[in-house]
Each structure stands twice: as C-alpha cells, then as structure tokens.
Design a protein around this ligand. Structure first.
Ligand code: TYM
Length: 351
C-alpha cells in the first residue's frame, strides 16, 4: 500500500519562531520518515504581505536552512520552493473559478490582515465597505483575498491527506476541504482527498506570545526565534509579561501567566510543569524562577538548531541542490494533477 501524503509549508516572511516550530516544523521532522512527505517554502504566499524582492529571496534561503537545521532530511522528505512549481500558479487560476469572493472575505485571517493594511484598529465588521471604498491609497490586494485558494492548491495539487499546521491555520484547512468537495461534486469526480490536520493525537497548538497576548507571531513582535542567541533569548523570557502573583490559594491564572505555563508545557518535563503549577496554587511561586527555568529549557531546544542554521545558511551549493531536487519531485505529481484538472474542466487538446 502506498504511504499517505503529508504536505505543509511556511511562508518566507522572516526567521522562524517557536510558534512555527511547535505548530509546524517539529511535527514535520517527526512525520517525515513515516509518510510520503513534502515540505515547502511558501514564497508566493509571502508576496501577499511582504514585497521587498531582495528580502524575499533571502528569506526563502533562510527558511530552507532553518528546515534543515531543525532536522528535515532531503532523503526522507521532498523539500521545495512553492514558486519552483509553476503548475501551482496555473491551478490557482483554475480553482479560483470555483471560489466565492464572499467566503474569502469572511475568512478571519483575511479580515485581520486587511484591517492591518488599511490601518483600521477596531474589530468592527464594516471592513467590507473600507475595502470597496474609493481611496486609491488604501488597497487590499486580490492576492491577499485569494490566499486560501492558493493554499488549497498547494495541498490539492499534491493530493495530500495530512497537513500538519498550527491552530491558526484550521480555517484555511476547512476551506480547502470545502473546495475539494465542491470540485469533486461539481464535476462528478473523485479527484481530491479531503485533507486533515495532524498533531500526534493531541489538539493543534497555539503558541502564545511573551507579551501576554494569545499568539506568538512575526507581526505581533512577541517572538522567540530559533536563531536568537543565548543572551537575547534569556532577555526576552525574563521580560515576559506576568502579573503581581497569586494572593490566595488556587486563584485563577491570568492570561499572561497561563502563556508562560503553556510555553513551559511545550519545552519542559511534565514534573517541572507540575512543580510550578503547584507553586502557583499554594502562592509560593516566584515568576523569576519560572522564567529562568523556561529560558533554560527553550535554549536546550533552540541552541543546537541555531548553530546548524549558522552553518547552513551560507552553504548555497547544498541549498541549491536540495531545492532543485525537491522541485523536480514536487512538479511530477503537480503536473499530473494539473493535467487531470484541465481535462476535467474541459481544457483539452485537439489532436
Ligand atoms: P505561516 O508562515 O504563517 O505559519 C507557518 C506555520 O506555523 C504555524 N504557526 C503557529 N502555530 C502555533 N502557534 C503559533 N503562535 C503559530 N504561529 C505560526 C502555522 O499554523 C503554520 O502551520 N498559510 C500557511 C502557509 C501555507 C501552507 C500551505 C501550510 C501555505 N500553503 C499549504 C500548509 C499547507 C501559514 O500560515 O504559514
């Protein structure tokens, strides 16, 4: 029996942080040997928000180095760059014919990013008006709107079954399933499997920020990066937002402190987490100790990766060889699916 296909990608928008690592990359590494695995760098998706050409290219290279440094192995997984597979762009055009503007506009990540691009602070739901509005300096790109179509194509063109992503991507995955179903039923075919998230039995993670906010993210400016040096990392953790400490036993935990516990849970042994939970419950906790512990345990994970990143990111020859080989493999299946899609939709040769 052929192995199930796993596919996932990360946008080329900067260095990878702990959210990317625990939400995605660490899972890629654990899965790579057991599945027909494909991991890519989403440079076309990066264009929906970042447009500096030199930076984009550097980011692509950087993420490949980070993939390899974290343990992705080109012998076990196909590692490729999205734009090296032009079939994706063509199928993106074709699939867009079956995607509604309304359903794209309702996507949470679109609203969020559109709001940022338009400089709207409030969460009010009137952004549709702002988007359509007639101030030509305020523009939300069609590329941003159709981000979920492109993501669906990444997945469907490889007929992937499992897509390991963090919690924030679940809505996009839901749309992918919907588009797959719609295409299959519209044309009466059974072309696309419906992909699901994957998390080794647990729930998909949302890695919190250090600033008390719900999510670690590049644009939130609250990240710990895999490339952070020891001093920087310790400083960031020691400055993490907390509160004035528990005053009564078993007091509910505030969001910023719960965030630290979540990070501790991801990086430390269960008995250490329990020890700090107990200390919180009986009011003996010292946040300084908790932070020191957390920094120590994060460094155990990130420092070896950092060293390998520094080695790899100047190794242009290795990077070029890996993505060339990856692109060939990725294009093979993509070309086959695209040919099927074209035929199904009625784009057929005369001869
Ligand atoms: P990107 O670059 O925004 O995120 C890459 C991966 O990191 C995860 N992630 C998090 N997980 C948990 N907690 C966080 N704070 C956190 N921040 C980021 C994301 O869930 C994601 O798994 N749209 C995708 C890129 C993509 C893709 C695809 C993924 C494009 N095409 C096809 C899978 C399949 C994205 O958001 O990347």
């Amino acid at each position: 029996m052929s192995k199930e296909i796993v596919l996932s990608g990360i946008r080329a928008t900067g260095n990878l942080h702990l959210g990317n690592y625990f939400g995605a990359l660490s899972k890629f590494v654990r899965m790579q040997g057991d599945y027909d695995s494909m991991f890519f760098i989403a440079d076309l998706h990066a264009l929906t928000t970042a447009t500096d050409p030199d930076l984009l290219h550097a980011n692509v290279k950087n993420i490949i180095a980070e993939y390899l440094a974290a343990g992705l192995d080109p012998e076990k997984a196909t590692i490729f760059v999205q734009s090296d597979v032009p079939e994706i762009s063509e199928m993106y055009l074709l699939l867009n014919m079956h995607v509604g503007i309304g359903e794209l506009m309702r996507t949470a990540s679109f609203k969020d990013k559109a709001r940022k691009q338009l400089g709207i602070k409030s969460e009010g739901d009137d952004i549709e008006k702002e988007i359509i509005g007639n101030d030509s300096n305020k523009r939300v790109s069609a590329g941003l709107l159709t981000y979920p179509t492109l993501m669906a194509v990444d997945i469907l063109i490889q007929k992937a079954n499992k897509v390991p992503v963090g919690k924030d991507q679940e809505q996009h995955l839901e749309l992918t399933r919907r588009f797959a179903r719609r295409f299959n039923s519209f044309y009466g075919v059974d072309l696309f499997p419906e992909p699901t998230n994957f998390d080794f039995g647990g729930a998909p993670v949302k890695v919190p920020g250090l600033d008390g906010s719900g999510k670690m993210g590049k644009s939130e400016g609250n990240c710990i990066y895999l490339i952070d040096d020891e001093k920087t990392l310790r400083k960031k953790v020691m400055r993490a937002v907390t509160d004035e400490g528990p005053k009564t036993p078993n007091q509910p935990v505030s969001q910023p402190v719960e965030n630290l516990f979540t990070l501790l849970q991801l990086t430390s042994a269960p008995e250490i987490v329990q020890q700090y939970r107990d200390a919180y419950a009986d009011c003996s906790i010292r946040y300084g100790d908790l932070k020191k512990q957390l920094a120590e345990d994060i460094l155990k994970i990130t420092l070896p990766i950092r060293e390998r990143i520094l080695d790899l990111r100047n190794d242009d020859a290795t990077i070029a060889r890996i993505v060339k080989q990856g692109a060939e493999k990725a294009r093979e299946r993509a070309a086959k699916t695209l040919a099927e899609v074209r035929h199904i939709m009625g784009i057929r040769p005369f001869a």
